[in-house]
Design a protein around this ligand. Structure first.
Ligand SMILES: Nc1ncnc2c1ncn2[C@@H]1O[C@H](COP(=O)(O)OP(=O)(O)OP(=O)(O)O)[C@@H](O)[C@H]1O
Length: 625
């Protein structure tokens, strides 16, 4: 065969500059494309052999080799798969591969927004021109009496095809790397790129670096190292769950996510119908110290990595987990607009969501203690899941746990049943254990219980539960004086009115707060002089305003009112009511101090108030000596 020169059947002269421009940020996919083509070529040969249409030597070891030659500026990908005849090159490389490039161009040439091309568009073989100035294919088909062939193209629209000299079946593709791709001439970069996309490819991939000095031991002797593949050909998720041990699951987690904390538990997904999907989802142990949740779900198509965290396929709340999902029915080249509108993708997402909901409800029912041990770590996922996904909520609604004041984990029904004779359908909660310690003590002293809801997600979570469970309401522990904390009134109406007016005047004067809201209550606890309450509605309004405040709105625009409760059973308060002979300055000192003490257990004092509080405390101490 003489050299055949030809024009690629392409209508645009300058397709490559456009491809390069559009795919610039993703140009490492050439490695994925060439290696997956090599892998396909091996699979095709094996299939033909099974159909008796190809003969394979029984000692054949199928593998893919990547050779990096930094000096020559080349990267070569070779396989011992099916190979191509010159006719096949014309058909598959000249026509088909270019038609992919043309489709790409047709779809994207008018779009000016780079973000529109999310994910990876399949340019297959031609993605190699994103990093190479010339690409050369040396190939020999498996077919009897096939002639080897060489194809060459410099990224323009012309190619050369001539008789080759390859002697073994398979294909070798050499990329003469251009300036755009020179980062891949670095061994580390090339290795990481291959590992990113090809870690689970079904055939072993070896990387060789031409001219690399062999490693030596301390005495200077060359260490003979067995070449190691860059990938695992049978990742754990392809096995049947019954064949996997806990140790293997943990090991797979560690090596895949480089997370050395053990996962809490995992879900092995394995289904063939109505779609093919395999994978493992792990519930990671949270870094509670910083409260960060960084999930990672890697998506694969037949063991070829597609992308991370594609929220169209994985329900958003599950992106907080870590895991791998392999679905051969998904396109390798996912474009987000396609996924968003795809009913099939939605089915996958629903399936995954259901599996997770079933697994955790199962765990709750059969191993409640283990479930409780996990609860602090998994609750953000499950709460977020409930907020995001109605169906998920319906499955898990009865397994949400609440930690009570005795550090026990109870369900909503259990809490409400235990409190039914004291406060029906009302859930008292603590949002900050330290800040609200005073109120917690009060509750405990009076045999009342509350639950701890202190995570960032909890305000949204409580509103959701209130909207789903009719009649149930959440009230913060310091929202109001509970009837169980108050004794029967000993003052008559007239006396109470008089005392209230007297103290109101005293406090308004001392604090300089004209609109101070105040109430006298005979509280059961004699040690508590005063406390501040803020109605639940006001507090939620305040929280909301704080949220909007982040977007530039001043939360102080909407002042919320607190009420100062004075305990008429406390000696100091009694003294203020009954003794008319207290010096004005002492009176003022007591009022201010009582107010600050109440305030401290409600919210942090401002720096100005804190300074005053400290100075006043010192003044009071001085009075003792
Ligand atoms: N290493 C190889 N061995 C044998 N045939 C190959 C090899 N690489 C490419 N081919 C042939 O060239 C064709 C075009 O490859 P290309 O990567 O452009 O597209 P594809 O693999 O069909 O689709 P995709 O866009 O998903 O990659 C392949 O379908 C295959 O027939």
């Amino acid at each position: 065969m003489s050299i055949e020169k030809g024009n690629l059947s392409i209508h645009s002269e300058n397709i490559f500059p456009i491809i390069k421009k559009w795919l610039y940020s993703d140009h490492d996919i050439f490695a994925r494309e060439l290696i997956s083509n090599a892998s396909d070529a091996i699979t095709k040969l094996k299939q033909l052999s099974m159909m008796n249409e190809a003969t394979i030597d029984e000692n054949t070891k199928f593998q893919i080799d990547v050779v990096l030659d930094e000096q020559a500026k080349t990267i070569t990908f070779s396989d011992n798969g099916i190979g191509m005849t010159d006719e096949e090159i014309k058909k598959y490389i000249n026509q088909i591969a270019f038609s992919g490039a043309e489709d790409f161009l047709a779809q994207y040439k008018d779009k000016s927004d780079k973000e529109q091309i999310i994910g990876h568009f399949g340019l297959g073989f031609y993605s190699s021109f994103m990093v190479a100035e010339t690409v050369e294919i040396h190939t020999l088909s498996h077919q009897k009496n096939a002639e080897p062939a060489i194809w060459r193209c410099d990224g323009g629209t012309e190619f050369e095809l001539e008789k080759g000299h390859r002697q073994t079946r398979g294909t070798e593709i050499t990329l003469h790397i251009s300036d755009d791709g020179k980062e891949f001439l670095n061994e580390y970069t090339l290795r990481s790129t291959i590992q990113k996309y090809c870690s689970f490819m079904p055939y072993e991939i070896y990387l060789t670096v031409v001219g690399k000095e062999p490693s030596k031991d301390d005495e200077g002797n060359v260490i003979i190292e067995e070449p190691k593949p860059l990938n695992t050909t049978t990742p754990l998720y392809v096995k049947s769950p019954s064949e996997c041990t806990d140790e293997e699951y943990k090991e797979f987690y560690k090596s895949t996510f480089k997370d050395y904390k053990e996962p809490l538990f995992w879900i092995h997904l394995n289904m063939d119908y109505p779609f093919n999907l395999k994978g493992i989802l792990y519930f990671p142990k949270l870094n509670t110290e910083f409260d960060t949740i960084e999930g990672q779900i890697k998506l694969y198509n037949s063991q070829v990595f597609i992308a991370d965290n594609i929220k169209e396929v994985i329900p958003e709340f599950l992106l907080l987990l870590k895991g791998v999902i392999d679905c051969p029915d998904l396109p390798l080249n996912v474009s987000r607009s396609f996924l968003q509108n795809d009913g099939f993708v939605r089915k996958i997402s629903n399936y995954i969501s259901k599996k997770v909901a079933d697994k955790i409800t199962g765990l709750f029912k059969t191993e409640r203690e283990t479930f409780q041990n996990f609860w602090d770590d998994i609750s953000p996922f499950i709460k977020f899941g409930g907020l995001k996904d109605e169906k998920f909520f319906e499955t898990v609604e009865n397994i949400y746990l609440y930690k009570n004041l005795d550090d026990q984990y109870v369900t909503l029904d259990e809490y409400l049943a235990a409190a039914a004779d004291k406060h029906e359908n009302k859930v008292f909660y603590v949002s900050d254990v330290l800040q609200q310690a005073q109120y917690i003590k009060l509750f405990k002293d009076h045999d009342l219980d509350a639950v701890i809801l202190s995570h960032g997600i909890d305000s949204a979570f409580m509103s959701m539960i209130e909207s789903k469970k009719e009649g149930v309401s959440f009230v913060r522990i310091d929202a109001d004086i509970n009837e169980h904390l108050v004794e029967a009134e000993t003052m008559n109406e007239e006396e109470k009115k008089e005392a209230t007016e007297k103290l109101q005047e005293m406090f308004v004067k001392a604090l300089g707060q004209e609109n101070l809201k105040m109430k006298l209550e005979p509280m059961k606890s004699e040690s508590l002089s005063a406390m501040i309450v803020l109605s639940e509605e006001s507090r939620r309004m305040q929280d909301m305003m704080r949220m909007y405040g982040m977007n530039g709105l001043d939360p102080n625009m909407f002042k919320t009112e607190t009420t100062l409760i004075l305990n008429t059973k406390h000696s100091l308060v009694k003294h203020l009511i009954e003794n008319d002979k207290i010096e004005a300055s002492t009176k003022s000192l007591i009022c201010e101090q009582l107010y600050d003490l109440a305030m401290i257990s409600h919210a942090p004092l401002s720096s100005e108030a804190m300074t005053k509080f400290i100075n006043r405390s010192n003044t009071l101490l001085l009075k003792l000596i």
